[in-house]
Design a protein around this ligand. Structure first.
Ligand code: NAD
Length: 295
């Protein structure tokens, strides 16, 4: 048996097209574009690439992109003053501070300064709390993108056994909360979990968010399970060329799973698409308009 390949690139492209349609309607109705502000502190090359693609895709979706690049030695007071300014700016619906920040800045303090209703990354403790208690709020983009792929593939998730590997605040924990919200039976595995292969073997849904190249082996996967690979690991490929691989050993996993996301082209493209969706939702809420149906 060979798994169905979940095409996150195509799914994200279709989602961005729906976002563009609703963004144009929003502009007509509100008399302004929905706006996303992205703040980049320092010169981290990977972060700079992400920020560029976020800006480009924001504009392509018919929204306004405001980019703020600050030098690596920016002090906390200057960064907090910028966030205050963006919180108050009526043209800005979403604020994203690109992580990681330089070591002298506290990510916690900076995220706490963002207006929770503009926190389109869903990292503010108010939004984490809303997710935990099942209230409406912004959900971190990567796990929400994973949930969209899962629901598209499986439909109703109710009663399914889900194992999330990884307990980070940006992927593992919100993923577990989302799956619980869909009435899955959820296990969160992490670096101290004993007998991880046995834990994974009971899952109908496996979400791997670890950051360890090819860790999850095909023989850990229950036949027919749906496998979502969040991992993005840069490794040395054939002839020494760098290549990206996930946390799942795709070659063996694809033989056993019912459906699986590839890396690249699976979860990765969903993150920015969901960021745009969250920004458009924020814009509607701030303009007093009903949330757009992006499904
Ligand atoms: P993290 O380092 O914050 O968390 C990793 C988690 O894995 C930890 O909770 C840890 O307990 C767990 N872990 C570590 N070793 C383990 C082991 N041997 N067995 C079981 N669990 C173990 O990482 P993160 O930010 O959650 O990201 C995880 C991966 O997802 C990374 O590869 C990252 O690049 C990728 N990622 C991708 C996207 C995207 O696709 N857009 C977004 C975010 C993260």
């Amino acid at each position: 048996m060979s798994a169905a390949i979940i095409d996150g690139k195509a799914f994200a492209g279709a989602l961005r097209a729906r976002i563009a349609t609703h963004a144009a309607r929003f502009e007509q109705g509100a008399g302004r574009k929905a706006g996303l502000a992205v703040v980049l502190v320092g010169e981290d090359p990977a972060s700079a690439v992400y920020v560029r693609s976020k800006g480009r895709q924001t504009v392509e979706a018919g929204m306004a992109s405001f980019e703020h690049r600050l030098p690596a030695d920016t002090d906390e007071a200057t960064l907090l003053a910028l966030i205050e300014q963006l919180n108050a700016d009526p043209a800005v619906d979403g604020i994203l501070v690109q992580l990681p920040l330089p070591a002298h800045l506290s990510e916690q303090t900076v995220i706490a300064a963002i207006d929770p209703d503009k926190d389109v990354d869903g990292f503010h403790t108010t939004n984490a709390g809303r997710l935990a208690v099942g209230q409406k709020g912004f959900v971190p983009c990567t796990p929400l993108g994973c949930l969209m792929l899962l629901k598209d593939q499986l439909g109703d998730l109710s009663g399914l056994e889900a194992v999330v590997i990884g307990r980070s605040n940006i992927v593992g924990k919100p993923m577990a909360a989302l799956l619980l919200g869909e009435s899955c039976t959820v296990t969160v595995a992490h670096s101290r979990t004993k007998n991880l292969p046995d834990v994974v073997r009971r899952a109908d849904i496996v979400v791997a968010a670890v950051g360890r190249p090819l860790m999850v082996q095909g023989d850990w996967i229950k036949p027919g399970a749906c496998v979502i690979d969040v991992g993005i690991n840069r490794v040395e490929g054939p002839e020494g060329k760098p290549m990206l691989v996930g946390d799942v050993d795709y070659a063996s996993g694809v033989q056993v799973a019912g459906a699986i996301t590839p890396v690249p082209g699976g979860v990765g493209p969903m993150t920015i698409a969901v960021l745009l969706a969250n920004t458009l939702t924020a814009a509607h809420a701030r303009a007093g308009l009903p949330a757009p149906d992006l499904s």
